[in-house]
Design a protein around this ligand. Structure first.
Ligand code: DC
Length: 209
């Protein structure tokens, strides 16, 4: 039996992780932060001295990397929970995520992880509704103003968030875009609880029909 999936996409700071985690908790489902997977792989490249621009070498690293995101983010047995949010990783992760060889390994792993659960999964990222789970039970596209998204990202700063937005939306491999059948939710100035309620209500409407 295939499990239910809520796919949540959106730009940096749109509230994906917070909202996805809270929706999963409200439903008793599991949660998958796919950005953390690209970040963990980036940590491994920096740690092992692999050039993130070398597409072949990064593809090999991705194919063999053992990445977990729960309960903590780790790669090849090394805990990188704190390192994944540091500036060197913020900068290099866009290059890593634009590599099609890396993406195919990550996408396969994401499908495997969600498929192995005995409950539904809330999956958040950039290409979840468009590529990873195009048949998700519910697709959501979260957004917010650049000011609010930068504020939420704290130290990362407006320039870094803007640079990542540009890289994520203009890359050739699976760019960030809203799926045509996704529920659009602007989280600017909204409470997490309200956004969660809107998503859970929408899921109920879909599954009761
Ligand atoms: O959501 P985040 O900021 O942790 O994501 C880190 C980077 O990984 C982001 O710049 C885009 C990329 N990413 C991606 O390309 N596809 C995903 N499914 C998730 C993240």
């Amino acid at each position: 039996m295939s499990q239910d999936i809520i796919a949540i996409d959106g730009p940096a700071g749109s509230g994906k992780s917070t909202v996805a985690r809270a929706v999963a908790q409200a439903l008793g489902w599991t949660f998958l932060d796919t950005g953390a997977m690209y970040r963990a792989l980036t940590c491994e490249a920096l740690h092992e001295g692999v050039d993130v621009h070398d597409q072949g070498a990064m593809g090999e690293l991705a194919a063999s990397a053992r990445i977990t995101t729960l309960p903590r983010v780790s790669v090849n047995g090394r805990d990188v929970e704190d390192e994944i949010r540091t500036e060197p990783v913020n900068v290099a992760v866009s290059v890593v995520a634009a590599n099609p060889l890396v993406r195919s390994s990550m996408v396969a792993r994401q499908r495997e992880l969600a498929g192995a659960q005995d409950v539904g999964t809330v999956v958040e990222g950039r290409d979840i509704s468009t590529v990873v789970f195009p048949n998700a039970t519910l697709k959501v596209y979260l957004t917010a103003t650049l000011e609010e998204r930068s504020r939420r990202r704290g130290e990362e700063g407006v320039e870094s968030v803007e640079r990542r937005d540009l890289a994520d939306t203009t890359r050739e491999a699976s760019p960030l875009r809203q799926a045509s059948d996704a529920l659009l939710v602007d989280t600017t100035g909204r409470r997490v609880e309200d956004v969660v309620e809107e998503i859970v209500e929408c899921l109920k409407n879909i599954t009761s029909n």
